[in-house]
Design a protein around this ligand. Sequence first.
Ligand code: AMP
Length: 415
Amino acid sequence: MPEPLKNIKGTQDILFEDNNIWQYLELTIHKFLNKYGFSQIRTPIFENTNLFTRSIGTQTDIVSKEMYSWVDQGNNNLTLKPEATASVARSYIQHKLGKKNPINKLYYIDVLFRRERPQKGRFRQFNQFGVEAIGSKYPEQDAEIIALAYNFYKGLNIKNLTLKINSIGSPEVRIKYKEALKKYLIPYKDKLSKISQKRLETNPLRILDTKIDFELEIIKNIPPIIDFLNQSDKKHFSKVLELLDSLSIKYIVDNKLVRGLDYYCRTVFEIQSINLGSQDALCGGGRYDYLIEELGGKATPAFGFAAGIERLILALNEKELSLSKRPDIYIIITDDTYLSHSFKISESLRSKNLVVINDMLRRSLKSQMKDANRLNACYTIIIGEDEIKNDKIAIKNMDSGNQDYVSLNKIESYF
Ligand code: AMP
């Protein structure tokens, strides 16, 4: 016998009732984002590799070591999407969406791939939903989207939410800040991890993402980036905070929040839940005013975020949602002579949006009854020789045990 095959590390099969929460969340996401005027965009699962090297940046973990890339039979360098923003931006430019509409408020629910070390809440194939509002440079766009993200989680009753927010300023501010950070960190260089030592040269901002205790100690007193912002960056940031205050949304200004990707500027934010453990980020995002231009489009400001769905499921209290699905009716027939009866009844009941199960294994009456119990059906309908002869079909309420008898042509109106 050949060895049975297994799924790839960091991927998962989602089986049976575990799908209830996925279906519920997908529907909730669509409804919720439509309320804010966002419309869905679907982009391909793979793209040209250079879309990601150009947008995410070669210094990042994603591009340097986590992408699933290959050369196809036509010698094209292709990559499974590690994040969706670059694809949305590519599509925006390609279809000239900016010409059709001065503001494009888009959202996606997508599957992404990163070759990270799998652990709780971290997969190699994972799902995100996210929004990208392309066209507005104003702080109200930042505040609307941050409030949207926060209220989404609140609406799902997720406890222990923390909204962290920061401004990383304009690109010229960041150049100055990187220098200041480097100056601050150089005396500690030998104490830093190998990777941070490298980052000190390539992108010292990334050191602030560290989770290592002794590095956290070193960066405790870094100069805050807020002190380096120019006047218009400062004005922008205080308007964002003022609007969040007006909605009574609590936040922490965290001067170490810089986000991993190169294309962010000004406002960045992250929502965490301590329910999640070490992988505590539910979502993250911010302003990316230079990405569209970087990818060959006309300079267009934008704001967005991406949210992990597996993490959301980990943080949720599924019991509170009571998502279990029961079939409304299980039709039991005593032998295959009555198949056409059960088929007709099932279809007419389904046309009334009822969930109806028929046995496909020609099981005994007793086994069908057992199966109806296993599935927790609300009602069973029994069809056999006597029932048809007397035109008296038994309908049993499985919760109360009560049984009614109706004629064949009255079954549909009974429900
Ligand atoms: P990012 O695209 O890295 O900004 O991530 C946005 C969100 O996606 C994170 O806050 C997580 O909720 C989720 N996420 C990122 N990477 C993974 C992963 N490997 N597995 C599961 N969820 C992830």
